[in-house]
Design a binder for this molecule. Structure first.
Ligand SMILES: [Zn+2]
Ligand SMILES: [Zn+2]
Length: 199
């Protein structure tokens, strides 16, 4: 065996801030100096602290989710669906008056039959249409204007179905969670498409 073969090969110091080449003096030596050893310990400690904090945040999120009531989930599902309807109808004017799609004010999602009066169809997409904030807030949906325009939009049969539907639907938590997940995705897709069209 030649002499050079016995010489340990140079290694690169594991301290990210150093990375210098060194000849190890003992087996498994990963850093060039005690100073770099200390530095890597600090880096490791910081990493552990960070992952602990992340686990803590995850835990809090899980607990918060578990504490949510059915009403909380219902509200969240409604928020997401309302957003979806505003995006879906972005190219349309107000369902209840003659404001055009280009109107610069606030847009809402307006229920043809209100959430209070017909909670079983509060997530029905025929029942939900984009309206200007004036109609939705101040004219209680401006139903006199809403009805003929809804018939024009979805047809008499569907409007009849909405008006004659008196079933009782219980939206349980898994259903509400599914709505939220599905429509969050649909919103993202529509937003991307709208941005594409605008570009
Ligand atoms: Zn080093
Ligand atoms: Zn309006």
């Amino acid at each position: 065996m030649s002499l050079s073969a016995k010489q340990p090969k140079p290694k690169t110091c594991k301290n990210p801030a150093c990375r210098s080449s060194f000849i190890p003096r003992r087996l498994g030596q990963a850093v060039c100096s005690p100073k770099c050893a200390l530095a890597t310990v600090e880096v490791q400690k910081a990493k552990e602290k960070k992952s602990l904090a992340q686990a803590g945040r995850r835990e809090i999120k899980v607990r918060k989710e578990a504490l949510k009531t059915r009403a909380d989930h219902a509200k969240e599902a409604q928020t997401v669906m309302n957003r979806y309807v505003r995006l879906r109808d972005a190219h349309l004017g107000c369902i209840s008056c003659n404001k055009p799609a280009t109107w610069g004010g606030q847009w809402h999602c307006s229920h043809f039959r209100s959430v209070g009066a017909a909670p079983h169809i509060r997530y029905n997409l025929w029942n939900m249409n984009r309206a200007c904030s004036v109609c939705n807030n101040h004219l209680s949906g401006n139903i006199a204007g809403y009805r003929p325009k809804l018939i024009e939009k979805i047809g008499q049969n569907k409007v009849d179905w909405l008006e004659s539907n008196h079933s009782v639907a219980r939206h349980d938590i898994p259903y509400l969670k599914r709505i939220k997940a599905v429509f969050t995705k649909k919103c993202r897709r529509l937003e991307a498409r709208i941005q594409c069209n605008a570009a």
